[in-house]
Design a protein around this ligand. Structure first.
Ligand code: SF4
Ligand code: MG
Length: 328
């Protein structure tokens, strides 16, 4: 079956100062099925936001394909792409910056309907506000009258107005108080089920990702270094970087033993001069001599312990069954 989204070799290079080239995204491939939630995790600067924006062409990728329902959206005209955005919507980290302060909430939520000439008007706006847990009188009020969590509810209502098939959420709770984060995460989960929405949920925080993802992709320096079912990635991480990220996340209550904390030294390398070999080698506790020379490929491997398939780019992840052309 054709996946809802099929991303192939997506690459984004930015021109940097002094003729340098920033490798923000490098050969990223994955699929998302209809109704599926893919969590994308990695440190700040690893390319997660560039990935989200590239899918909707809010930045223009340098190379690759973004097949949505089998059609590559990258060659589409601006007009055709604008029409596609009925089906592909995005929610951002900063719910204040993404809402026009001079427009009422009713105008903001109703704007996509007006732009796309969709019927419904005020009644549809009231329905959307109700679905995101805002009072009906919110329509006549302005963004500054609301808390951060409520503003994110407004942004979510606007994103859902056109009944999209895919929602890209880029750090949607990172700017919110911890006490509010779980409310918004639960809301997104409920709406996703109600609308049968597929989602790409981007976060630097694995403990957030865990609650919303069917599968998880781990990014490092513009590349996916591991991808797999959420339980598999959490219980049997295959890549040393994933293990390090996970070691900072508290285990579920009742887990047999706590994870040993793996502290990573150093920062993300400069994306304008990615290290040779495995980009993680300078920080990897398991690095071997070949790691600084030979770039590891993403390969899939059967994991006896879980009965599942782990897909990772690491020389330790050897004895691979086959190249990972199609992520599981
Ligand atoms: Fe570490 Fe080498 Fe694996 Fe890279 S390829 S993650 S440096 S062991
Ligand atoms: Mg970001």
């Amino acid at each position: 079956m054709t996946p809802l989204l099929d991303v192939r070799g997506l690459t984004k290079h930015y021109a940097g100062p002094h003729g340098r080239v920033l490798h923000a995204l490098e050969d990223v491939s994955f699929t998302v099925a209809a109704g599926e939630a893919l969590g994308v995790v990695g440190e700040s600067g690893c390319g997660k936001s560039t990935l989200g924006k590239s899918l909707l062409r809010l930045v223009e990728p340098t190379a690759g394909e973004v097949l949505f329902e089998g059609e590559d959206v990258l060659p589409l005209s601006r007009r055709a792409m604008a029409a596609k955005r009925r089906d592909m919507q995005m929610v951002f980290q900063d719910p204040f910056g993404s809402l026009n302060p001079r427009h009422s909430v009713g105008t903001i939520v109703g704007e996509p309907l007006a732009i796309h000439g969709m019927p419904g008007g005020k009644a549809r706006v009231a329905e959307l506000l109700d679905q995101v847990g805002l009072p009906a009188d919110a329509a006549g009020r302005y963004p500054h009258e609301f808390s951060g969590g409520q503003r994110q509810r407004v942004a979510i209502a606007r994103a859902l107005a056109l009944g999209p098939k895919l929602l890209v959420a880029d750090e949607p709770v990172s700017a919110l108080d911890v006490s509010i984060q779980s409310q918004i995460i639960n809301l997104i989960g409920d709406l996703r089920r109600a609308y049968g929405l597929a989602m790409i949920f981007i976060s630097h925080d694995l403990s957030v990702i865990r609650h919303v993802s069917d599968r998880i992709a781990v990014m490092y320096l513009g590349r996916i270094v591991e991808i797999g079912p959420a339980a598999q990635v959490f219980e049997a991480p295959a890549h040393p970087y994933t293990r390090a990220l996970l070691s900072a996340v508290p285990r579920r209550p009742g887990a047999a033993q706590p994870r040993e904390r793996i502290i990573l030294h150093g920062d993300l390398p400069d994306p304008s001069s990615p290290p040779p070999g495995c980009a993680f080698h300078g920080r990897c506790p398991a690095a071997m001599p070949r790691c600084s020379v030979e770039p590891p490929e993403l390969v899939s491997r059967h994991v006896a312990e879980t009965g599942g398939t782990a897909i990772a780019a690491c020389h330790l992840h050897e004895h691979a069954d086959a190249p990972a052309l199609e992520p599981a």
